[in-house]
Design a binder for this molecule. Structure first.
Ligand code: UTP
Length: 478
């Protein structure tokens, strides 16, 4: 049977031609109907006007990163209040956050559309078994945390989960198979971010097969576009949600919704707020919260010159110490504004090795070095667009156990270690004896589910449920 040589959709064909990308259909006539439909759907999902602009501005004429002339460290609220006024502010903020939670105005939002290449887990990263004893998947950790907050504050917290085409079906299936971890299905919404084609250095879209472009998700900043395009923002409006608690998929102990942080954000009428961690050392691989022209901005660790990254205050503290861990509260109305006149975030260029087929022969090539540009937006680029923005310091042990790599730094093993150390500290504070090795590290593995404790104080109330911990014990409390 003779197949069409281009899709039966003249507008699409014209758009692709106008973008100078008609080679996408080089193999079209030889494809089965199913493969043709697959390519048609991919092509239809791409904004070709945007691609044309990005090829011109980001791929062919890349702007070098320009360090602003005047960079100051961004101010932040300390983890522990240092004076009576701050103490009072935090009490009011916590109360405000709880009120907003009780009124159903807070949504939890996880961005889980990334490729997770460094971890190399064969499935969506959120399905990775992350906790030290129960091996709970990351998604389960989040649901249990949210459910514990719901129970505590007698409320419902809608949970929005952003995926991408590479993991959407597997993510939804995983939740379904696990009966949504006992969360009501009606409070969950899954939606995908957009994908963008990888572009060769010559400005041509790469094909990964005769029937498929080489696509990748458009960066975590794409979440702020996807909230709008998917109808999630409308859903939030319908439910009366005003603030979005944004977090990444890779941290099993993240405080998915934090009343104090939400309250501080709300009391300051902020559009977008951030949690920070004091960097452990100058060049730690965290974005740096800076103040440029009076606006909060994140400057990536690779872009901050060494003399600034290592600069010290007279007391010895790092001058630029506030590191970003990608935890934000974002007001719904701010996300609406960012989408009001097209999407407001800039696209960044990442040069990558992208396997692709030869456009004449169809043979697959695995390039030995970077051959293409992937384009991504970053969520923190919304910060300078915010009218108001606050930063709150969190505690590393309390809520930062990232799982990025298969081994070593930020790996499942380092996360398990952090979780155990955090839990031992909570038990310690409640007066429960922890066996320790000669070097002071806990000689036990401890997992505390969110239903058992989400704050150290919770352990006090459940003191009698904690058995004696013997050296080498594995203790899992729910
Ligand atoms: P990472 O920067 O860790 O990227 O994403 P990644 O794609 O997950 O992992 P690697 O680099 O391939 O190993 C930080 C967070 O942003 C989300 C990720 O799912 C993670 O929660 N993300 C990233 C998206 O949702 N979409 C993207 O396009 C990129």
């Amino acid at each position: 049977m003779m197949h069409d040589s281009v899709p039966q959709h003249p507008v699409l064909v014209d758009q692709v031609a106008a973008a100078g990308q008609s080679h996408i259909f080089n193999f079209y006539a030889s494809l089965s109907c199913t493969h043709q439909q697959h390519l048609d759907a991919q092509v239809a999902a791409v904004d070709w006007e945007l691609i044309t602009k990005l090829i011109r501005d980001v791929v062919l004429k890349p702007e070098p990163f320009n360090l602003p002339d005047k960079i100051e460290p961004a101010p932040y609220f300390p983890h522990t209040p240092s004076d009576a006024a701050t103490h009072d502010l935090y009490s009011r903020a916590r109360r405000r956050g709880i009120t907003l939670l009780r009124e159903g105005k807070i949504a939890a939002f996880v961005v889980a559309g990334g490729q997770g290449t460094r971890l190399g887990w064969p499935g969506p990263k959120g399905t990775f078994p992350a906790t030290p004893i129960g091996k709970k998947p990351l998604f389960q950790c989040f649901v249990e945390y949210i459910r514990a907050m719901e129970a505590r504050h007698h409320t419902t917290i809608p949970f929005y989960i952003m995926t991408s085409a590479i993991n959407h079906a597997a993510t939804v299936d995983f939740f379904k198979q696990n009966h949504y971890f006992s969360m009501s299905e009606s409070q969950l919404m899954f939606f995908s971010q957009d994908m963008l084609p990888a572009i060769g250095f010559d400005g041509k879209v790469l094909l990964e097969s005769p029937s498929s472009m080489a696509l990748s998700p458009n960066g975590h900043g794409g979440s702020l576009l996807a909230l709008q395009k998917s109808g999630a923002l409308s859903d939030m409006r319908r439910r009366g949600v005003t603030q979005i608690s944004y977090f990444q998929v890779d941290n099993p102990i993240v405080r998915c919704v934090d009343p104090l942080f939400i309250g501080l954000h709300d009391l300051h009428a902020a559009d977008m707020s951030s949690k920070m961690l004091p960097k452990a050392f100058g060049k730690e691989k965290l974005g740096n919260f800076c103040l440029v022209d009076g606006k909060v901005r994140v400057i990536e660790y690779s872009d901050l010159p060494e003399e600034l990254a290592e600069a010290r205050e007279p007391g010895g503290l790092l001058k630029f110490r506030a590191g970003s861990i990608a935890l934000h509260v974002i007001s719904r109305s701010f996300v609406e504004q960012l989408n009001a006149h097209g999407f407001a975030l800039p696209y960044h260029r990442a040069e990558k090795k992208v396997p692709h087929i030869d456009l004449d022969t169809g043979a697959l090539a695995n390039p030995p070095k970077a051959n293409a540009v992937k384009m991504e937006t970053f969520v923190f680029d919304a910060l300078p667009l915010a009218q108001n923005s606050i930063i709150y310091e969190t505690d590393r042990l309390d809520e930062f156990a990232p799982i990025k790599n298969a081994e070593g730094v930020d790996s499942p093993a380092s996360a398990a270690d952090i979780i155990t150390r955090r839990n031992c500290q909570w038990l310690d504070e409640a007066g429960i004896a922890i066996p320790r090795r000669a070097d002071g590290t806990p000689d036990a593995m401890i997992e505390l589910g969110a239903s058992f404790a989400i704050y150290p104080e919770d352990v006090f109330d459940k003191y009698s449920r904690v058995p004696t911990i013997t050296p080498g014990a594995k203790l899992h409390l729910e």
